[in-house]
Design a protein around this ligand. Structure first.
Ligand SMILES: [Zn+2]
Length: 647
């Protein structure tokens, strides 16, 4: 099916697996379209070994296709019923603290419907009403699976035994979402935006970086920087964003749910995971040797095509960056005709030589915007010298060409205004055409638009009816209630999308944000140093315009404060708890689970962030003293149980 030429690095890995490997025969297998059972297993094992080594030879979609072919021939084949083994294993394996199962995969809505029927059947057997069945949906991270017990980080290995890769944490790897160590299974992942901006020129794909993070040899300096910048993280599943939906809503809103999950994280994902949340249903359904029966992964098929570039068009964004847009010979991909694709930045156009006549490989997964996977045939790149909107001489700023004309570039002004009204989303008069006209008449700021009178709109050439309508729309957009995070994100500050705005506003009121320092921002979960600095700078840039608009009197609904949410829930919500010693009234594992379900974070070792140290029997005095020295409250098991009981 595929023409495969192994690279020298891939050949080294294949040698490690089997020194007698006949490479030509192996390449021939990949090229074959009809394979027997043994051949399929050989292709799969080879692909798997290379994947684990960070040198993938197949895309995930291609790998899954081979799996499906094997499953057709022999659904009982042992390869399908063991967790994908790690073939790079030269190091010693150790037993995992808990079994790590993989997830059953579905590729069609019909598969999901079948699985839902099994959930329903289990519920009926337990006399649980259909209306009470809830399902949790999380993004399926496309990273490197690992297990963190708080002391050691393990690879998944064969699901029972993995390798110790704690060195990843020693290199400074952080837990995502400012989580603690010890939260069990998760994935090592790299922020997509960071990969695109900082790493794509050094690495073909993020898989190579995942491999570098855990490799025994010294870490590449670019990867080390990504670790230090907090762009490479270990993401425990327990901390993933998720959405809970009722049983009957899943199929009806399936596309929306998938699309939401896709936008929810800045990491590569290759599908979503659905699982029943009801503990009785989970216990009743149990697990096979390989998967939990109450959980399924929906993987979105990936399609790719080789497409010829016709032209590269520069477009000035609202931030002044010039985006290269490649016009393509129109091509069908996953059901849509694609005729243009945005290239990351002009440095990529330059270094990968993308110009008219170049051929690129385009990839599209499900509903996602297609992207250029690689350049198949190079061509002389086109690099603009002047801003297409204002003719200013363009400058290089790291990988980007930028228009330095911040105050007077029509494209920057118009795109800022369009972004504002689009994000606000409570009026439909101010699209690109109207904004372009206003800009032509010298209207450059949001507050100026809101001050326009009916006769002024008319003098710009709008008909009487339209002029009145635009005026009414502006009035209504101030009167209709709108969330303050939406209002703030409409200003388009870099790194202040809706999610970050909501997070910020859970801690500070909207007008107080402008006085915050980067150090104060970093104290909020979810903001790293670099983002914090960029946000402080971005807020300072919009401050004058923000207050001019704010003072026009919008009907803003304040985001509920995080502290209010915590107070209203359990006595230990938001605290960090460490359990130590032998517990008398239950296993430590059960107590940890219960604490997590009550909103506490459970950590394995005492740090300055720890709230309570809960001590069972046989805990040394020095341990207790050390905790007290750090300002940690030390509780006996009984005192802790009284605390959560609310006594
Ligand atoms: Zn310009």
């Amino acid at each position: 099916m595929l023409a495969v030429n192994f690279t020298p690095e891939q050949l080294t890995v294949l040698q490690q697996v089997d020194a007698q490997q006949n490479v030509e025969q192996l390449s021939a297998l990949f090229a074959k379209s009809a394979l027997d059972e043994a051949e399929l297993v050989q292709v799969l094992s080879t692909a798997n070994a290379l994947y684990r080594a960070g040198l993938p030879v197949l895309t995930d979609a291609q790998y899954d296709l081979y799996i499906a072919m094997l499953s057709d021939i022999n659904p009982q084949h042992v390869y399908l019923h063991t967790v994908e083994p790690e073939v790079l294993a030269t190091a010693k394996t150790v037993e995992l603290p808990e079994r790590m199962l993989s997830t059953e995969k579905a590729y069609t809505l019909t598969d999901i419907e079948k699985w839902l029927k099994r959930i329903l059947k289990a519920a009926q057997e337990l006399n649980i009403a259909k209306a009470d069945i809830e399902l949790r949906v999380t993004p399926k991270l496309d990273g490197y699976a690992a297990y963190d017990d708080g002391k050691t980080l393990y690879t998944r290995g064969d699901g029972y035994r993995g390798q110790d890769i704690s060195r990843a944490f020693a290199r400074g790897l952080k837990v995502a979402a400012k989580g603690e160590r010890g939260l069990g299974p998760g994935e090592i992942v790299i922020k997509k935006s960071y990969f695109d901006e900082e790493l794509s020129e050094f690495f073909e794909n993020s898989r190579n970086i995942q491999a570098a993070i855990i490799a025994e040899k010294k870490v590449d300096e670019n990867v080390q920087k990504a670790i230090d910048d907090g762009a490479c993280v270990f993401y425990p599943f327990a901390l993933l964003v998720n959405k809970t939906a009722h049983y009957s809503d899943i199929i009806e809103h399936f596309d929306d749910i998938i699309a939401q999950m896709w936008q929810a994280v800045d990491f590569d994902i290759d599908g979503v995971i659905l699982e029943a949340t009801h503990s009785e249903i989970k216990a009743h359904m149990g697990a096979t040797r390989k998967n939990h029966r109450w959980q399924i992964a929906y993987k979105v098929n990936e399609e790719s095509a080789e497409v010829e570039v016709v032209n590269i068009i520069p477009q000035t964004s609202r931030t002044g960056r010039i985006s290269p847009v490649a016009e393509l010979v129109p091509t069908k991909l996953s059901g849509a005709t694609i005729s243009r694709v945005t290239v990351h930045h002009y440095n990529m156009v330059k270094s990968k030589r993308i110009g008219p006549g170049a051929v690129v490989q385009l990839v599209r997964s499900g509903l996602v915007i297609p992207k250029i996977e690689k350049v198949i045939k190079e061509a002389k790149p086109q690099l603009p010298e002047q801003c297409p909107s204002c003719n200013s001489h363009l400058l290089w700023e790291s990988d980007h060409l930028i228009c330095p004309n911040k105050s007077d570039c029509p494209a920057q002004t118009e795109n800022t205004l369009i972004h504002f009204f689009k994000t606000l989303g409570n009026n439909d008069g101010f699209g690109p055409k109207v904004i372009e006209k206003l800009s032509h008449y010298g209207i450059k700021h949001i507050h100026e638009i809101y001050q326009l009178q009916v006769h002024q709109f008319a003098s710009f050439g709008f008909g009487d009816k339209t002029a009145q309508n635009l005026f009414d729309q502006l009035k209504a957009s101030r009167e209709i209630e709108i969330e303050d995070w939406r209002f703030l994100s409409a200003f388009g500050v870099s790194r202040l999308g809706a999610g970050n705005c909501e997070n910020l506003l859970q801690h500070h009121s909207i007008t107080a944000l402008f006085d915050l320092t980067a150090a104060e921002l970093v104290k909020i979960d979810g903001f790293a140093q670099l983002s914090a600095e960029a946000i402080v700078e971005g807020l300072a840039n919009i401050k004058a315009e923000f207050f001019k608009v704010y003072q026009l009197g919008f009907n803003l609904a304040a985001t509920p404060k995080a502290s209010a949410q915590v107070e209203s829930s359990s006595p230990i919500a938001g605290t960090v708890i460490v359990f130590t010693g032998a517990m008398q009234q239950g296993s430590r594992g059960d107590m940890e689970k219960q604490a997590k379900s009550l909103g506490a974070k459970v950590a394995k070792s005492v740090t300055g962030k720890t709230t309570y140290l809960v001590t069972g029997e046989k805990v040394g005095e020095t341990k207790i003293k050390a905790a007290e020295d750090k300002g940690v409250s030390v509780l006996t098991e009984q005192a802790y149980l009284d605390l959560i009981a609310g006594d």
